[in-house]
Design a protein around this ligand. Sequence first.
Ligand code: ARG
Length: 477
Amino acid sequence: MTKNNSNGEIAENNTQGRTALWGGRFSDTQAKIMQAINASIDVDKRLYKQDIQASKAHVSMLMHMAIVSKKDGESILSGLTKIEEEITSGAFVFDVTLEDIHMHVEARLAEIIGDPAKRLHTARSRNDQVATDFKMWIREHIDYLDQILLDFQKTLLTKATDFTDWIMPGFTHLQTAQPITLGHHLMAYYEMIKRDRGRLSDCRKRLNECPLGSAALAGTGFPIDRDMTAKALDFEKPTANSLDAVSDRDFALEFLAALSITSLHLSRLADEIVLWSSPQFNFITLSDHFSSGSSIMPQKRNPDAAELVRAKVGRIAGGFNSLLMVMKGLPLAYSKDMQEDKAYVFQAVDDMELSILAMHGIIETLSPNKNALLDAANNGFSTATDLADWLVRVLNIPFRQAHHITGAAVKMAEKQKCLLKDLSLDMLQSIEPKIDERVYDILSVEKSVTSRISYGGTAPSMVKKAIFTAKKEMENE
Ligand code: ARG
């Protein structure tokens, strides 16, 4: 075997790849290490459907514009169909020396149909090709993720309906703050997912311009019809600047940014699941489907799936940061650095899909413990704010003073080891003589939640309205 001074082993010559596609300028073979760093086929083979679809649209346009003859064009189209079948069935042989999916398809096309294959790459480049394929892939996965997020929202609505008036403590600083309803808590996540879907849809809108026909960077001298390819591939219109078209990866960054926020939302819910399912909280019981046992401690029921959803945000947001760093400072137009873009996006989509489906399953199958939730709401003096508000509203005491009086009442209840509502009127009057019987109307957690009827508030009547509005919104989609 020949040795290359600086690069170690030289790869065996590959007649299919280098010689057939771009070997004209070279007389020597690539080092193996060059092939290893250069190849992206292991990653970008996932673009094969989009690559073939875009090639078909391209060659149809070339035929329409009489740049490629009908005969050659038809032969290219049928060859492409065959290649798609081969890849889908697993019969296709991938070869690292052929670098990427675009070269694989073209090389195989030459094997199948011979000379006409050489006309496919007229008036395009891998630079506009890859940008087009990648946009199409992301677009398809935006639609898929949107669908599974919508399914998840539906389950959140069903559960919010089931638990509209189940009382639980609401927290700030993870300290019991005020009583809320479980339905209200679940609807908070409904709102988050709604924004997540909005971000995906914004990203899709901006992404939907077709780069194909920008060629390497400067456009082409062939009389192509870019509107025709854009339309054939379901893009809104062709991209307006060829340099921008081949060097832009905003769509991938926006997509990753949107997924980072979605996975962050799921990680917050996942953390609540972890906390709530612990024996200390005992707010919920996870179904067997979404918990696992310990190999050593028989009593345990671990929320592994929720913990992993909580962790996934690290990979997804990590991918976003990585791609930002890849793109930082790249001069126009295409640079090979950009080939690294796909791995982050593919990984993020895989992680996102798992996270959404797992979280959906967890929420769908868990059982909340009504009494534990209610006890926890009762036990943290969660109606203290209601008492302070009552002192202001009914007795016209200034809020700061009311806050002080309430603090003294909490201290007294703590000392008596009882709830605020169990303090006798005498006791309350020893703190503030103006307090009367009516105070007991507001000291219970039930009264507290039903009173929170401001728009967006936790009262079951308001939660019902929010669910109704949400259902309407979804019907109109
Ligand atoms: N595999 C490459 C990528 O994903 C395709 C574009 C290559 N273009 C080039 N001029 N080398 O970015």
